[in-house]
Design a protein around this ligand. Structure first.
Ligand code: PLP
Length: 475
């Protein structure tokens, strides 16, 4: 049974370097959830769909902590908030400028609202292969070419911690009266300390959606949508949030949002001071790594990555690309030998997520484990695999049109020239190589084959790659 499995896992005492950001740290957060607190909208407990009481107070606290004009509490993650944010700012069929590395929920919004996306491809980091920042110049050029676009959509920070210059991007878009939506699902902890990049809200973003549960001490699914400025209709956003959110919100989750925000209000300064000290000690310790490398930490620095405008120091991206260890092997080693569970592994790297709630000693253990692995004789340096170039495929149909089309699974090598009905992606760079409605070019097939031959998992919505892909005729 899942409950027993979870309880057993808890007893193992694994060190979590993954979401949720509360890190199961009951010493910091207390316990007692959830049955005795699990109610519905009874007298005195407000109504999330049109809050006037306690929930309105929590939302006001969120707005004030993040410096936004208004906040909406979300209990089904940033996913629902992003759908709502896009819905509030566009009309069906509108053109949007969106980063190619946007999360699936933005692609889902494009599909649902039949949007016409113009993609901004982030620069690929030449060293690690992960997606870099989107630059203001790219946004300016796209808006010059597409002055009829209605919204700019970006992810900052990314899953791996890469930050874009949101202030300059907002200045570019606002000059044309176009709002900017920042998916800051991984940036809920930004803005509470100068040691981290600024919060996208304070950079001028009109809409920001952030997952408290990813990088702050809150239960899974807790998130907030934040709106500022005059370019987005706040009442329309309120309606959009209600459209995509459950009508039976969990008070356990709402209480967790409230607790997280109040903890930050009361103890945020101290929590972040301690957090930064732990990160600085980790940074110092990993200077001794010889074969492995931690992006922007130790001997590495953000200035060595031309594709990064900034980087979230809370994200630990362990780069094993210069060794014979794959990201997956590194992740397994840390799990099996050291009782450390990471967030994810890509081809040549693995990601550890940290937060203010990491237990004392956790980061030190991670650093020690990495140093020990680095010293192993069977971990040897080897040439890095070349970074795979990504070319934007030709669009044949909109993602909305293609998503409802029927089509067979076809062997990959026979799919050249056909239209993909699937999303196809791999880590790195974590960008969809193909989106439904795009032409399957020969170089995309070559890329998928090459990645698979190198043992890199190629993900696809149909789940049959590298053998088969669902597609349709290109006309
Ligand atoms: C960049 C990005 N945006 C949005 C989401 C969705 O957030 P949530 O899990 O809170 O729904 C994720 C989830 O991993 C993400 O990585």
């Amino acid at each position: 049974m899942l409950f027993d499995k979870l309880s057993e896992y808890d007893k193992k005492g694994m060190i979590p370097f993954h979401m949720p950001g509360h890190k199961r740290n009951t010493a910091l957060l207390g316990s007692g959830l959830p049955y005795r607190l699990d109610i519905t909208e009874i007298e005195g407990f407000d109504n999330l769909q049109s809050p006037t009481g306690v929930l309105r107070e929590t939302a006001a606290l969120a707005a004030s902590l993040y410096g936004a004009a208004r906040a909406f509490l979300l209990v089904n993650g940033a996913t629902g908030g992003l759908l709502a944010a896009v819905h509030s700012a566009v009309r069906r069929g509108d053109k949007v400028i969106m980063a190619r590395n946007c999360h699936k929920s933005i692609y889902n919004a494009a599909e649902l609202f039949e949007l016409r996306p113009v993609y901004l491809v982030p620069e690929t980091d030449g060293k690690s292969g992960i997606a870099g920042s989107v630059w203001p110049g790219q946004v300016r050029a796209a808006l010059d070419r597409h002055p009829d676009a209605k919204l700019v959509i970006l992810t900052s920070p990314t899953y791996e911690g890469v930050v874009s210059d949101i202030a300059s991007i907002c200045a570019v878009a606002h000059r044309r009266g176009i709002p900017v939506l920042v998916d800051a699902a991984h940036g809920a902890h930004l803005g509470f300390s100068k040691g981290f990049p600024p919060q996208p809200v304070s950079c001028g973003a009109d809409l920001v959606v952030t997952s408290l549960h990813k990088t702050l001490p809150a239960l899974t699914q807790c998130a907030v949508a934040l709106v500022s400025g005059e370019l987005v209709d706040r009442e329309r956003l309120a309606g959009s949030v209600n459209l995509f959110q459950t009508s039976s919100p969990s008070y356990v989750l709402l209480a967790s949002i409230d607790r997280c925000l109040r903890l930050l209000e009361r103890d945020g300064a101290k929590l972040f001071e301690d957090y930064e000290k732990r990160l600085a000690a980790f940074d110092e310790a990993v200077k001794s790594l010889v074969k492995l490398r931690v992006l922007t930490k130790g001997t590495d620095d953000v200035s060595l990555h031309g594709g990064f405008f900034g980087f979230d120091p809370g994200k630990i991206v362990i780069d094993a690309g210069g060794t014979n260890l794959s990201g997956g092997a590194l992740m397994a080693l840390l799990r099996d030998r050291y009782g450390i569970e990471l967030e994810m592994a890509g081809a040549g790297y693995a990601v550890a997520m940290t937060s203010v709630a990491d237990k004392p000693g956790a980061l030190k253990k991670l650093a020690e484990a990495l140093l020990e692995i680095d010293r192993r004789e069977d971990v040897v340096c080897r040439d890095r695999a070349p970074v795979m170039a990504f070319t934007l495929p030709r669009r044949l149909k909109s993602v909305g049109e293609a998503a409802v089309m029927e089509g067979p699974y076809v062997p990959l090598d026979q799919a050249v020239g056909k239209m993909s009905l699937e999303y196809v992606w791999a880590y790195p760079p974590g960008i969809p190589y193909l989106v439904p409605g795009e032409m399957i070019a020969e170089d995309a097939v070559r890329l998928v084959t090459q990645l698979s031959e190198e043992g890199i998992t190629v993900h696809s919505t149909g789940g049959k790659l590298p053998e088969m892909i669902r597609c349709a005729a290109a006309w």
